[in-house]
Each structure stands twice: as C-alpha cells, then as structure tokens.
Design a protein around this ligand. Structure first.
Ligand code: FAD
Length: 263
C-alpha cells in the first residue's frame, strides 16, 4: 500500500516527530511505501489568496471556490498544490499527524486542506440536483482509500471522555474525520490519540510507541468508523436530513451519523 503521511509540527526533535518516525518505520517494515509531507519543513503556505490562482485576472474579484474550480479544471493550480494532489492520487492511504492545538489541527495543516482540496477534486464532485447532492460522504475522488489521524494531546484521556470538560474526543475530531476525510470518500480508521503529552517521559513514550506500532501493523486490516453513506438511502435528498427512525434511541448530534447496530 502507498501511504502519504502529512505531518504538522515545527520542531524536528519533538515528541510528534519521534512518533512519526515510529509510524513510518513500522509501515515500511510491513511492506508499505511511505511518503511524508512535512509541512513546516516544506515552508507550506497556509492561506488561500490570489497567489493561488495565477490565471485569475488582476481586476477579477476573487471567489475562492469558483477560482479553485477553474484552476483545477484548467490545470492552473500552483505547483505546490498540484504536487500534493499528485501525492494524494498516488496514496492508497492518508495519515494526518498533528498536535492538538486549541482543540483542532494547527493552522498550517488546515491550510494544506484548504488549498489542496480543490473544487472538482475534493468537493463539487458528481451530480448536484434535486435527486442527488454530489459524490461525497463515502463517495468521491478518494473513495476506496483509507485515512487516519495520529494526534498528540496535552490533556488527559479523562478530560476528553464522555463526561470530560473538553468534550468527547470523537466529537472534537468529527469535523476532521467526517468533514475532511470521509467527505471526499476516504474510509476513516479510528484515530490514534496519545494524551498527557506535556508530561511525557521515557516510559510513556515507550508505551505510546508500542501502541502506535500495533496500529500501523494492522493498518490495512483495521475496520473503518461506520459512518453513514450520504447516498446509501439513510438521508432525505435534498435536505440531507437523517430519516426518522434511524440512529440509536436517544442518540443526537454527531453520533447520529455513525451506523452502528443497524442492518
Ligand atoms: P513536545 O513538546 O515535543 O514534547 C512533549 C514532552 O514529551 C516533553 O516533556 C518532552 O521532553 C517529551 N518528549 C519529547 N520527545 C520524547 C521522546 N522521544 N521520548 C520521551 N519523551 C519525549 N492540548 C490539548 O489537550 N488541547 C488543546 O486544545 C491544546 N491546545 C494547544 C495549543 C497550543 C498553541 C499549544 C502549543 C499546545 C496545546 N495543547 C493542547 C498541548 C499540545 O497538544 C501538546 O503540547 C502536544 O500534543 C505535545 O506534543 P509535541 O510533539 O509538541 O511534544
């Protein structure tokens, strides 16, 4: 399997970098080909702006989605973005690795998504009509591939538990797992998360490295999160609301979009 790991940490001697090396070594030992996009090392430009669309007239108003659609269709996206799209098409699997910063990914990684996920490539794919709302959430350009997060968090596991003050980690990561990875078609594996990282020592690193190695060993066989397919019949079209009667009794919010215990 070809695996692209997109890495977002500014310090090569960080805990995150050490865990990245563990993941890469284990994936390679399992026979996978791995490429790493180290965003800080690459000097990745995070913000979407006019420079992203060299074909846009100097007087033309910048409409980001329309400019993205046109640049993707005409092959005029910038070389850095085209290179990342080529890596995504090469990769059977995508791993995003980052420290949790303000309950989200670092800005540089969000900027990678904003710029690389072009209109016509990651969104705006397929028929959009009263009968169909595009190829997304389980379908799309990246369908049939796997994706997974590797996340370090300073807070404790309990802080992110069902009653933890930070909110459940599955909820916090839903916009990434469901909104960024499942949306263009990836099968999303449960994330690898290690907690309490600011108080890490040799023993906690050894334990996390062991767990991460195991996750990488079973990467190709791990069952994805059972998100519902948009076009699988569970949602009304075009309102995209979940049909009455679906979802566990009492379930609400993000959990509704997981198909668990249903035929
Ligand atoms: P590092 O800072 O590199 O290292 C962390 C510790 O591990 C250090 O004590 C270091 O000595 C030790 N260490 C490093 N490498 C090794 C090794 N190879 N072996 C053994 N020990 C090692 N946390 C949250 O939970 N929620 C948040 O919303 C949040 N927001 C943040 C926002 C910002 C802007 C910042 C800077 C931090 C935030 N944090 C948050 C904390 C953040 O998630 C952690 O600091 C981060 O996950 C630690 O990972 P790192 O790679 O940066 O670790």
């Amino acid at each position: 399997m070809n695996v692209l790991l997109v890495f977002a940490h500014p310090e090569p001697r960080s805990l995150s970098a050490a865990l990245r090396d563990v993941a890469v070594q284990e994936l390679e030992a399992a026979g996978h080909d791995v490429r790493v996009s180290d965003l800080y090392a690459m000097g990745w430009k995070a913000q979407v702006d006019r420079a992203d669309f060299p074909a846009l007239g100097t007087d033309a108003r910048l409409l980001p989605a329309a400019a993205s659609r046109n640049a993707f269709a005409t092959g005029t996206l910038t070389a850095d973005v085209q290179a990342e799209i080529a890596k995504l098409l090469w990769a059977d699997a995508l791993i995003l690795q980052f420290p949790l910063w303000w309950f989200a990914m670092p800005a540089i990684l969000k900027g990678w998504v904003d710029r690389v996920y072009a209109y016509g490539f990651a969104y705006g794919v397929g028929e959009h009509s009263d009968r169909r709302w595009g190829d997304r959430y389980g379908e799309g350009s990246l369908a049939g591939r796997r994706a997974m997060l590797i996340v370090t968090a300073g807070g404790w596991a309990e802080h992110y538990g069902p009653r933890g003050v930070n909110g459940p980690i599955d909820d916090l990561l839903f916009p990434i797992n469901h909104g960024i990875l499942y949306y263009p078609g990836y099968d999303v594996l449960p994330p690898f998360i290690t907690y309490g990282t600011d108080r890490y020592d040799e023993a906690s690193f050894a334990a996390a490295a062991r767990q991460l190695r195991e996750r990488m060993r079973i990467f190709a066989a791990t069952a994805p999160i059972p998100y519902r397919r948009q076009n699988g019949g569970d949602y009304h079209i075009p309102t995209m609301e979940l049909r009455a009667g679906l979802g566990a009794p009492g379930a609400s919010g993000f959990a509704l979009h997981r198909r668990e215990g249903e035929e």
